[in-house]
Ligand binder design. Structure first.
Ligand code: HEM
Length: 195
């Protein structure tokens, strides 16, 4: 990470630093399953992503969070991923469970949001890989596509909103804790699909 990012986005830098290892483990665990080697493999990957996006959907619908992230509802990719599952002839998974938003503080919920919003950055790379399977932003891989106004500007908007939050020291810790919980849940959901 560049020093400019560290100076201008100290919270975002810390979020990245504290979750770098668990991110790498997750990335490696997914890639070990060769998700783009066949449509069947991609189907498993899609199911995992569906479980994760569905799990966090209440965060994207939170009236408390929309105060800080005005475009929160538009950031939700649940509709896209349901269409992707239908495109490739899969039913939605019946193991889905949603997070209880009331069990999270606002700072924790923002930590969760960081993980899901951040995953859109890696999605830029995955969107290229998926074209091998003749899938794209209009068919089968909508959820990997960037937003109309560009990934960079959406991510910058998110980073600025996180940095602008007024948090106590305790809440700051809850932010990092929320991000770690989200990655831990992602690992669990991956195990559900690949068990
Ligand atoms: C095969 C799967 C994945 C690969 C190859 C991958 C790859 C990447 C890459 C290359 C970036 C950095 C992009 C950039 O800086 O422009 C990134 C960022 C990120 N990814 Fe992933 N990713 C994967 C899966 C995931 C998943 C499943 C999650 C969440 C559950 C996730 C969460 C994040 C987060 C939070 C960031 C932002 C890091 C930051 O800059 O603060 N990734 N990923």
């Amino acid at each position: 990470m560049s020093s400019i990012t560290q100076v201008n986005y100290p919270r975002m830098s810390e979020l990245k630093r504290t979750t770098a290892e668990v991110h790498d483990n997750l990335d490696n665990k997914i890639m070990a399953q060769s998700p783009f080697a066949s449509k069947e493999n991609y189907g498993d990957f899609l199911r995992f992503q569906y479980l994760l996006l569905k799990h966090v959907e209440p965060i994207y619908q939170s009236e408390q969070l929309i105060v800080f992230f005005s475009d929160l509802a538009q950031r939700n990719r649940c509709t896209d991923i349901v269409l992707d599952l239908h495109d490739i002839g899969m039913k939605t998974h019946n193991l889905e469970q949603q997070i209880d938003i009331n069990s999270l503080t606002i700072a924790q919920a923002v930590g969760w949001l960081y993980v899901i919003e951040g995953s859109k950055l890696g999605a830029a790379m995955l969107a290229k890989e998926v074209t091998q399977l003749d899938l794209n932003a209009e068919f089968g891989a909508r959820f990997l596509a960037g937003p109309g106004n560009g990934r960079g500007s959406q991510w910058r908007g998110f980073m600025q909103a996180v940095e602008a939050l007024n948090l106590t020291n305790d809440e700051e810790q809850q932010l990092y804790q929320g991000a770690k919980q989200a990655f831990a849940t992602a690992h669990q959901l991956l195990d559900v699909v690949y068990q």
